[in-house]
Design a protein around this ligand. Structure first.
Ligand code: AMP
Length: 585
């Protein structure tokens, strides 16, 4: 399949913002793709050549792309950079540069989807000496053979930002449309932009298939796998399951207002557990191999050799997938450390062994998804817990099972809650004893109870350079929440809570350095920032406001911490904001 065919689809996708129209465009493409290309095309639609959790990453910076464009076109890096400042998008820069160059080249080979995919995969896999040059060559080769439009999308794929506005939901629905439209009996009326069902229960059947595809995605996090299963038919799709070395989405928890509310959601009696203030790790093991994933499903195995060793030594099973919260502790005082202090272990790329010694961690296992080949997702929580207790060989300051009581008494929960807080935990979890493990959703099988005022997790999408002594720092930050389709909506500007000096915590300098690589546009003092850095923000009140695209503004927003463990997809939604707005009245 020619890459230009694929690019046709991308162009169509970027020319509409209508969800159903986008779904239709992708479904039409899916129907035309030869079966051996299904997984490649699907991955490329997500702007990737590996699933997001895979340890292989393209790892190609803007700089390298500029070098590749230069190599492919003979245009100097300086000139390319100038153009980049003007256009603000390296995809467009590549398009223009190729345009300038095309007049002088006669021969080029048409790009195919496979060629693009293979070159990018190779670029991701090269290692060692000369790896950077090799990556540049592989990309330059694609650009040399690309048409103008193709060059734009090659570069955007390399940078992981296709700008076609499709999220998980649209891709999932497109698979339903492409694979099960006959079974459901429906068609898309483009003129009215709506679905037309052939029978009364059409909508219900449709929703069932959507759920089936979603389930497969929640279990695999890999649309390439889900697409292959969907095309293989309903039975194959239904049989999709978890596998070690491939993270599933984690189960999420609702908030409870108080103990009473908690009981009303999870039922009586329930399990109460400490809510450890650390970060979540999904732990996989198969024979001798261990994988560790964050809650964002990033592979952090390399960053935690100490955890890997503890897992191998203290969990008595051959293969498993477990859910755990990892906390740091201070060797001198023996006290647990707050999340901030261990969070930088997640991103650490060097001096890992030293860091592991300096900031040791304790693993608290709280759930199990698979043990010795047996998938536990549909077992009641109480039984999954028993299995954990059987296999975890508890070892002080290294590994344990989450501290738990089972009770139906408000007083006992209250006592447990106070005990949890006094030990430095964030609060407690209350869990339904009979509930299955539901990946990816906040279904109310468990709730969290914590004392602090509700904070929001928001993404930084803009900032302003400071003045006077802050002139070299970004000092005011534009924050955004998201809507159900993943569109970002601004909700205010924040400058409080960040420290002047690094010794005191997260400083302006620190945040500036973190955000600099994501600056996409600068006008005077104002900069636009690619949404990547998620922060937790407290505030005094939510107000209605025409100033921001969410229609709301935060009064006195204050920086609490960086949420390295959360992705942009996980930030607070406009519905959360509306709910909090209604509650505060
Ligand atoms: P939140 O991040 O505020 O949505 O709270 C949910 C998080 O609490 C989970 O994702 C875990 O990382 C963490 N957590 C800490 N202790 C537990 C526990 N015992 N059971 C479940 N989650 C826990």
């Amino acid at each position: 399949m020619l890459f230009s065919k694929f690019v046709d689809t991308l162009e169509k996708l970027s020319s509409t913002s209508k969800r159903l129209e986008k779904t239709n465009i992708i479904a039409e493409l899916f129907k035309k793709v030869p079966s051996e290309l299904i997984s490649k095309v699907t991955l490329l639609l997500t702007g990737r050549v590996f699933p997001s959790w895979d340890e292989h990453e393209l790892g190609i910076s803007d700089r390298l792309v500029i070098r590749a464009i230069s190599l492919a076109t003979g245009i100097s890096q300086d000139e390319i950079e100038k153009l980049w400042k003007q256009l603000g998008d390296l995809g467009k820069v590549a398009e223009q540069c190729i345009g300038l160059k095309k007049q002088s080249t006669l021969f080029s080979e048409p790009l195919t989807v496979s060629k693009v995919f293979e070159n990018l995969r190779k670029a991701a896999l090269v290692e060692g000496e000369g790896a950077m040059d090799m990556k540049i060559k592989l990309i330059a080769e694609l650009l040399t053979n690309a048409t103008l439009r193709e060059a734009k999308y090659v570069v955007r794929t390399v940078l992981g930002d296709l700008r076609i506005g499709i999220g998980e939901g649209i891709l999932r629905d497109a698979l339903v449309w492409a694979c099960f439209d006959k079974k459901i009996g429906f068609s898309y009326d483009a003129a009215k932009n709506e679905l037309v069902f052939q029978s009364d229960d059409g909508r219900q059947k449709y929703n069932e298939y959507v759920e089936l595809v979603q389930r497969a995605y929640d279990l695999t996090n890999d649309f390439a796998v889900v697409a292959e299963k969907s095309f293989a038919g309903e039975d194959a799709l239904k049989k999709t399951s978890v596998e070690t070395g491939r993270p599933l989405k984690v189960m999420l928890f609702q908030k409870a207002k108080d103990i009473e509310d908690g009981f009303s959601i999870v039922g009586k009696p329930c399990a109460c557990e400490y809510k450890y203030d650390g970060f979540r790790l999904q732990i996989h093991k198969k024979a001798d191999k261990v994988w560790l994933y964050t809650r964002r499903l990033e592979n952090v195995t390399k960053q935690f050799p100490d955890v890997v060793a503890v897992i191998k030594e203290h969990i008595k099973a051959d293969d498993f997938i477990l859910d755990a919260e990892v906390i740091g502790f201070d060797q001198k005082t023996g006290k647990w450390l707050p999340f901030q202090q261990i969070s930088h272990r997640i991103k650490r790329k060097y001096d890992i062994a030293e860091m592991a010694k300096g900031i040791p961690v304790i693993v608290n296992v709280f759930d199990a998804v698979m043990v010795n080949g047996k998938i536990l997702i549909d077992l009641p929580f109480s039984e999954r817990r028993k299995l954990i207790e059987n296999i975890v060989d508890e070892k002080k300051d290294k590994i344990g099972v989450a501290k738990q009581i089972i009770t139906n008494s408000n007083d006992e929960v209250k006592q447990f809650y106070e005990e949890a807080l006094s030990l430095g935990n964030e609060g407690i979890m209350m869990k339904n004893l009979n509930a299955p493990y539901k990946p990816g959703s906040r279904v109310g099988y468990g709730v969290k109870l914590k004392p602090v005022m509700e904070t929001l997790d928001l993404v930084i999408v803009g900032a302003e350079w400071g003045e006077g002594k802050r002139a070299n720092w970004l000092s005011s930050f534009v924050l955004a929440c998201r809507d159900a389709d993943g569109n970002l909506l601004t909700i205010g500007k924040m400058g409080t809570g960040i420290k002047e000096k690094s010794e005191e915590g997260i400083s302006f300098e620190h945040l500036t350095n973190l955000l600099k690589p994501y600056i996409i546009e600068e006008k005077g003092r104002e900069v636009k920032i690619k949404p990547a850095i998620v922060i937790e923000v407290s505030y005094e009140e939510i107000q209605k406001s025409p100033t921001y695209s969410s229609g709301f503004a935060l009064r006195f927003p204050r920086f609490v911490r960086i949420r390295e463990d959360k992705s942009v997809e996980e930030i607070s939604t406009i519905d959360d904001i509306k709910k909090l707005f209604a509650e505060q009245r």
